[in-house]
Design a protein around this ligand. Structure first.
Ligand SMILES: NC(=O)c1ccc[n+]([C@@H]2O[C@H](COP(=O)([O-])OP(=O)(O)OC[C@H]3O[C@@H](n4cnc5c(N)ncnc54)[C@H](OP(=O)(O)O)[C@@H]3O)[C@@H](O)[C@H]2O)c1
Length: 260
């Protein structure tokens, strides 16, 4: 288990929250970190704190992304990657069961297809890694059971879970390690408007420290904090009682939605 240092690492979603904390800690540990997101100013400010250790690659991972252009911009910075961490993500809630397809498309576009686009761009450089490469994605513990209002967000992260398990199978003969990171609540922009209890909330710095320790061990499933992941996994296993006793207390929907 070698310490994560001296590596070339690309992190998406690095302008704030968890991605930014990972970038800071990994740069501090002596890695060369390439940071991506849409907010150029936030990325530049981050890079200025770690001169020579952090390089900025502004990217919008949405459907308009030109893959060849992004790949050549990345290749101008490096010709290899030892690790990629996909932390870019958005969260929108299904408040009134309106099934607005655009909201679902926006969520899947970043949370799921953003990861596919990242891997498309990164794979040739991961192949050139100086050490056995690692590809990690940030999913969510919300995928253990069906949470209220999370039809779009949870489904996009559950798609990611399957994508990573399927990829793990297809990489059986290829020397690359995968990690599926499923955090509980982290105090970031993403959850700042949540108006429900968020038990065992962690700081982005603590979450990042935990993730780095597990990436160092090249662990596939990185679920935390354990005091939240264990009960949720148990509820996921015995889902009958969850939907019978817990779900009715959690949902805000008590009648048919208004139809147009
Ligand atoms: N916070 C939690 O409780 C929690 C729990 C479980 C999982 N997660 C997951 O953790 C990851 C990090 O989220 P966070 O909590 O740190 O939230 P955050 O502070 O809002 O960070 C989200 C990051 O994604 C980037 N991003 C959003 N849309 C993008 C786009 N179109 N193209 C490129 N980058 C984009 C944002 O940068 P720009 O806006 O500058 O583009 C930002 O850097 C997400 O995948 C989230 O789903 C969070």
């Amino acid at each position: 288990m070698s310490k994560i240092t001296g590596r070339c690492i690309w992190i998406t979603g690095a302008s704030s929250g968890l991605g930014r904390a990972l970038a800071e800690q990994l740069a501090h540990a002596g890695n060369y970190v390439i940071v991506s997101a849409r907010s150029q100013a936030a990325l530049a400010q981050l890079a200025a704190q770690y001169p020579g250790k952090i390089k900025v690659l502004p990217i919008d991972l949405g459907r308009g992304l030109d893959l060849s252009e992004a790949a050549s911009k990345l290749r101008e910075i490096t010709d290899y990657l030892d690790m990629v961490i996909c932390a870019a993500g958005i969260c929108e809630y299904e408040d009134n069961l309106s099934f607005n397809p655009q909201m679902y498309e926006r969520t899947f576009d970043i949370n799921f297809f953003g990861v596919v686009r990242t891997l498309n761009i990164a794979l040739p450089l991961l192949k050139n890694a100086q050490l056995r490469p690692q590809f990690a994605v940030v999913s969510s513990l919300s995928t253990c059971v069906g949470f209220p209002r999370a039809e779009a967000y949870g489904a996009s992260k559950a798609a990611l879970n399957y994508f990573m398990r399927s990829l793990r199978t297809d990489l059986s003969h290829i020397p690359m390690d995968l990690s599926l990171i499923r955090p509980g609540f982290i105090a970031t922009q993403l959850v700042k408007n949540n108006d429900f209890p968020m038990p065992f909330m962690m700081s982005a710095a603590d979450a990042s420290e935990y993730i780095i320790k597990k990436l160092q061990k090249r662990q596939f499933a990185i679920d935390f904090p354990k005091r939240l992941s264990w009960p949720l996994e148990l509820w996921g296993f015995f889902s009958g009682p969850w939907y019978k006793w817990i779900a009715p207390k959690l949902t805000r929907i008590h009648d048919w939605p208004q139809f147009r």
